[in-house]
Design a protein around this ligand. Structure first.
Ligand code: WTA
Length: 636
């Protein structure tokens, strides 16, 4: 019997040791006993980080939807698979059972097929958090199409870039979306994007807000009438273990987003296994992850991980502040949520609103609390522990990435003693390493370094779509034979890990990764701008906020700086989306640069953070006088 469900710390250590000593044997047992295969593998793992190439369960055949849906029909067909809570609390929640999910996924898959979508084709999904979003992912997977979900808060330009990068054939969207008291006109964003997307032949439109939209003849169709006509049976495409399952874009430190490619078997095994253990899911628990399916957290821990375990997974359409700040806790009470998984930024925002919003609700169903997306500060951790978990529900601070596919460093609740701000111990099979600036591994405890992983795990991304060289350069070139995460971390005296934050040019704002380069590129498009640099600075709720230093072109004209600030943020909103807007913009005469011409962001970060007492060595700068100029402006 494999150790599918870990129940105490001793078992964790024992299983961990086994998973590291003999990974092939360990993962083979998990895969064999807990999943449905059309054909077993010939080889569990082959890997070479120098290429880099990683293959898990090679030779195996399967379909992930048979694992997430079909196999549960006999044992739990009438159990709720997806519990949909609408934006408006007066609208009824929808309980979609496994049997219903089966039918709806198959109907949707048949519609895709009728539209000519085949195995390997890319389908872009740009939808709000409604059931059709989860169903469309599964429908693609049913027929072997590669889904590429784009978060519905991204702008038309960002959407077009992503569609074109992976040459999608189809977009699935809706007439609009509800977000709190607002409605958003999604379809017109899609229309705008598609002006520049030659590969798109079809658009399927879900009716959600019943707004008056136009359908482009020959391209756009309402989805529902097609679903109504479609058969509820669709034979699952037989996929090879390493066939692509999806592409999901993440920001990088250079301009273009990276289309991380995840494949089928390894992703399924790892997300399912982590879900079971990190959330200790049992029986008829109701599990709720508040992320959007537009991000990896939603892919792995709203859709695939929970459904592969036959769980009930909540999907919430709205926002934590609507109709008021008690909404999350109302939902916990209403659906008797047992596991609750959210982001530190949401915790901080809710903590700020005071306890009255919490106290009016019965939270006694909660057993486990989770956080993800950015480091959680000690204050937020304690607020969560005291007021939501009432000090009886362990907090799992889960560290992972779009690239890792699944949770990598985390406590196992009720087994690993938690410690505020620490993600604690590596998950089963994960071999972290901390590296120093010279590229040596820092061994022992009470040390700090750059966080790498030195052995493959099943759900790692296999490449960047269309650019394997960039994949190699970004993740496998900084440290020999290791995957480099881009994060810094420290290991304490007992071997617990604490993630200290990004060490590259990615800034995490409200849990969203933002590369500095794409934002700078957007700003530089403003005709008055000569150059710009973005840094993050600490923010009470968002974790980090964005500070832009902007040099204007010298045209001799005087300009209204307030208007320029508004225009710059407008360009950012158009090019990327409102999540990337700058909180502060300082117009400067110059930017501190090294002799090789690189912007010294370290200094800019300190000035933005109001920490100018110790700027470190500025003597190596090409233009040290610029620094004082910037500081003087701030002090004015
Ligand atoms: C950060 C989200 C500290 C980290 C699943 C990582 C965290 C990036 C944590 C990935 C955590 C995520 N503690 N930092 N528990 N979880 N991060 O790709 O910097 O959206 O590299 O994946 O978020 O963000 P991504």
């Amino acid at each position: 019997m494999s150790n599918y469900h870990i129940k105490n710390l001793e078992e964790y250590f024992q299983v961990y040791r086994r998973s590291v000593r003999n990974p092939e044997n360990f993962w083979e047992e998990i895969a064999e006993e807990h999943f449905l295969w059309r054909k077993k593998w010939d080889n569990v793992l082959s890997w070479d980080f120098t290429k880099p190439e990683v293959k898990w369960f090679e030779g195996a055949q399967l379909n992930i939807t048979e694992n997430c849906i079909d196999r549960h029909l006999v044992t739990r067909g009438d159990k709720t698979a997806i519990l949909f809570e609408p934006n408006n609390p007066n609208e009824d929640a929808e309980h979609i059972t496994y049997k219903e999910l089966y039918k709806r996924v198959n109907q949707f898959a048949n519609v895709l097929k009728d539209k000519g979508i085949k195995k390997g084709d890319r389908v872009c999904i740009y939808l709000p958090m409604i059931p059709e979003l989860a169903i469309s992912l599964l429908a693609c997977a049913r027929i072997g199409a590669i889904h590429s979900v784009v978060f519905a808060g991204f702008s038309s330009t960002a959407l077009a870039t992503r569609i074109n990068d992976s040459e999608c054939k189809m977009v699935i969207t809706s007439d609009g979306s509800y977000r709190g008291a607002k409605t958003i006109d999604l379809k017109s964003i899609v229309d705008e994007a598609l002006e520049d997307c030659p590969t798109i032949t079809d658009v399927l439109v879900v009716k959600r807000i019943h707004s008056d939209i136009t359908l482009k003849e020959g391209r756009d169709v309402w989805l529902q009438p097609l679903l109504d006509k479609a058969s509820t049976e669709c034979t699952a495409e037989i996929m090879n273990a390493e066939d692509p399952l999806f592409i999901l874009y993440t920001s990088g430190s250079t301009g273009k987003p990276k289309g991380m490619l995840h494949t089928t078997a390894g992703y399924m095994v790892y997300t399912a296994y982590t879900f079971k253990n990190v959330f200790q899911y049992r029986g008829n628990d109701v599990y709720w992850c508040t992320a959007d399916i537009g991000w990896i957290t939603g892919h792995s821990y709203i859709v695939y991980g929970p459904l592969a375990n036959g769980a009930t997974t909540v999907m919430f359409e709205g926002v934590p502040s609507y109709p008021d700040y008690s909404r999350f806790w109302q939902i916990v009470e209403k659906h008797k949520v047992n596991q609750f998984y959210t982001a530190p930024t949401a915790i901080r925002a809710l903590a700020k609103e005071g306890l009255s919003h919490v106290e009016s609700n019965d939270l006694s169903s909660l057993k486990i609390l989770g956080t993800v997306g950015e480091p959680i500060n000690e204050e937020a951790w304690h607020w969560y522990d005291d007021n939501i978990g009432k000090r009886k529900s362990p907090i799992v601070d889960t560290w992972w990435q779009t690239e890792t596919g699944g949770i990598m460093i985390t406590p196992i609740p009720y087994s690993t003693p938690t410690k505020p701000t620490y993600a604690t111990l590596p998950f089963i099979g994960i071999q972290p390493a901390l590296m120093d600036a010279e590229g040596n591994e820092v061994k022992g405890n009470q040390v700090e370094g750059r966080l790498c992983i030195k052995f493959p795990w099943p759900s790692m991304a296999r490449t960047i779509w269309g650019n394997h060289q960039r994949y190699k350069d970004t993740y496998f070139s900084s440290f020999e034979n290791k995957y480099f995460t881009g994060d810094g971390a420290l290991r304490d005296e007992v071997g617990y890990y604490r993630i200290t934050g990004r060490v590259d040019d990615v800034i995490i704002v409200s849990g969203h990764n933002l590369g500095t380069a794409p934002i700078e590129d957007a700003i530089n498009e403003h005709p008055a701008v000569a150059e710009s640099a973005i840094v993050g600075y600490p923010h009470d709720i968002k974790g980090n906020a964005l500070y832009g230093y902007v040099i204007l072109k010298d045209t001799g004209e005087s300009r209204n700086q307030e208007n320029l600030r508004i225009e710059i943020n407008q360009i950012i909103t158009e090019q990327i989306g409102p999540i990337a807007k700058l909180d502060k913009i300082q117009f400067t005469q110059g930017l501190p640069k090294t002799r090789s011409g690189k912007i010294m962001r370290r200094i800019l970060r300190k000035i933005a953070s109001n920490d100018i007492s110790n700027l470190g060595d500025t003597s190596t700068l090409l233009n040290p006088e610029v620094v004082q100029g910037i500081i003087d402006q701030v002090l004015v």
